[in-house]
Design a protein around this ligand. Structure first.
Ligand SMILES: [Zn+2]
Length: 548
């Protein structure tokens, strides 16, 4: 997420950048009984599971004066079983004008944010169908990133943008608002007053003067896309561009920030080179890569990453991991764009497993550091995250319920991945594993189990108890050590919630590590290091150590 996901931190700031001093960490979510709306939004009920999305054409008109939007989404889908009802979603504050199936006006039933659409006769499994969903209204400015915001830039021009991860895309347009299913491609048409620019996802296809003071901006997304990634950014933008080999790179900033943007956005090339090095080609080549200035900190909108990090390195002018490395690069360019690989190309099929977006992208930050500055700085950068881990709630949350996992999905998720690297203990193998993992799952919506199974297959190890300990429990494993200085030996075992937990770990003396295959049972190792001298490589494994 957005960034920030950090966004979590980044959050909700729809106000101009000048008002953001420091990001406030999000409160931990306390467990609660899901509401009916949470279940309708988060579940994959029968009227969602009976169809598969093929295509959206979102075609809307945005009136900055009236703060009003109107238009339609053409939704093409294939039925997976015979049925006469499907579930879509649209915020209750927006009006449904009509839903057309060819010339037939369809009946529908609204239930909190859900819209159950009824067809006059059963649709047939295997057949593709298309409906036009007309709607209008004034969408809400809300949520961590602003939802849909009718703002103004510092010079007084309209500055209108969407950022709806969490609250959901149905806050501003009708769609099947869940994570499991994605359209194969999408057309986005945004009609706005002449003189403004809309930047949305995908490839720019051109403008059409509508002759009434409005111009339509057309964009074509050539790839599957998450609902929450779909965005519009309307403003008095200036555009400049670059290329990385065959990849078009387009940048949009306000006139007063143009010089700063031209300087700061040069970092995008190094970022792309780093992630292409580890994972392979940028996932959305036909759509190009875009960076667009916005007043909130940033969001990973697919192929149209939004940026509000003040054109300064670090994160909102802070040293993000507190170890002196973050000030060398622009956190938002690196983190939000890293989501193009993990979050946008590989997507979690349920928001419960959102660490696939955030834990991985947080780890990608350290890969950027490693690519640019080497291994030791990457490890230092990652270890800076430890102070942000709470270990209060499991990273994986209830499935089928709308909600957001706790902030540990970021930092603890990244530390888990770094721990796995040490478990694999062969960097050549590790880089291959990462590359193939991405290539195997790209453009797919997956769950944690898919990833664990892949790791187990590729490594030949049973890593399931390790993943489970870090993702499904609050505590990290503790290595218990008992010293017998008289016999020059140490006894060791893991204390963990997972009964089958075992993990090799480097112990002894830095520079001369020995690997012990610790399990939950006591074992003994001869050592010449005394209790106070004996070390564990806690920078390479995210674990606790207790010496008795
Ligand atoms: Zn993120």
């Amino acid at each position: 997420m957005a960034s920030i996901a950090l966004a979590s931190f980044v959050a909700a700031q729809a106000s101009p950048p000048t008002s953001q001093s420091s990001p406030a960490p999000r409160q931990s979510r306390s467990p609660h009984d899901p509401t009916r709306a949470d279940i309708l939004r988060g579940g994959y009920g029968p009227y969602r599971a009976n169809n598969h999305l093929l295509f959206y054409h979102l075609d809307i008109r945005v009136d900055p004066e009236k703060k009003f939007i109107s238009g339609k989404n053409t939704i093409r889908f294939k039925m997976l079983k015979d049925d006469s009802r499907i579930q879509l979603d649209l915020s209750e504050v927006l009006k449904i004008d009509k839903i057309l199936f060819a010339d037939t006006q369809l009946e529908y039933e609204r239930d909190s944010g859900a819209v159950f659409v009824d067809f006059p006769a059963a649709l047939r499994a295997g057949q593709a169908y298309s409906i036009d969903f007309y709607y209008s209204g004034s969408p809400t400015q809300t949520g961590r990133f602003g939802g849909f915001t009718f703002g103004k830039d510092p010079a007084g021009h309209p500055w209108i943008y969407t950022a709806c991860e969490g609250v959901g895309a149905s806050i501003w347009w009708p769609n099947k608002d869940q994570w499991r299913d994605e359209v194969e491609n999408m057309q986005i048409s945004v009609s706005i007053p002449n003189g403004l620019i809309d930047v949305s996802n995908g490839k720019f296809m051109g403008t059409t003067d509508l002759g009434d003071g409005y111009t339509r901006w057309d964009w074509l997304v050539h790839y599957p896309i998450n609902n929450y990634d779909v965005s519009l950014n309307i403003g008095n933008y200036r555009h400049f561009s670059d290329r990385l080999r065959g990849l078009p790179m387009d940048f949009y900033a306000l006139p007063e920030d143009l010089d700063k943007a031209k300087k700061q956005f040069t970092q995008a090339k190094g970022m792309l080179q780093a992630f292409q090095h580890y994972f392979g080609e940028y996932p959305f080549k036909k759509d190009g890569y875009k960076l667009i200035e916005v007043p909130y900190s940033g969001m990973e909108h697919q192929s149209a990453v939004t940026y509000g990090n003040h054109f300064v390195n670090g994160y909102l002018e802070r040293d993000w991991t507190g170890v002196g490395i973050s000030p060398r690069f622009d956190f938002i360019i690196v983190h939000e764009s890293g989501h193009e690989w993990f979050g946008n190309s590989i997507t979690a099929a349920d928001s419960s497993d959102m660490w696939i977006h955030e834990g991985w992208t947080t780890y990608l930050e350290s890969l950027y550091v490693e690519y640019m500055y080497g291994h030791d700085d990457a490890i230092k950068y990652l270890n800076g995250y430890k102070s942000k881990v709470k270990n209060e709630e499991p990273i994986l949350t209830a499935r089928g319920v709308h909600g957001e996992p706790p902030v540990d999905q970021y930092f603890k998720g990244a530390l888990l991945i770094n721990t796995l690297r040490s478990v694999v203990n062969d960097d050549k193998r590790w880089w291959n594993l990462l590359h193939h993992l991405y290539q195997h799952f790209k453009y797919q919506n997956i769950m944690t189990e898919d990833m664990v199974e892949y790791f187990n297959q590729q490594t030949g190890m049973n890593l399931t108890p390790i993943f489970d300990q870090y993702l499904r429990h609050t505590a990290i494993p503790t290595l218990e050590l008992k010293f017998d200085d008289n016999s020059s030996s140490v006894s060791y075992r893991w204390n963990a919630d997972e009964p089958e937990f075992q993990m090799p770990v480097r112990v002894g003396k830095r520079g001369q590590w020995q690997i012990v295959r610790a399990t939950s049972h006591w074992q003994t190792l001869p050592t010449r290091w005394k209790r106070d001298e004996f070390e564990v490589a806690t920078d390479l494994y995210y674990v606790n150590v207790v010496k008795e």
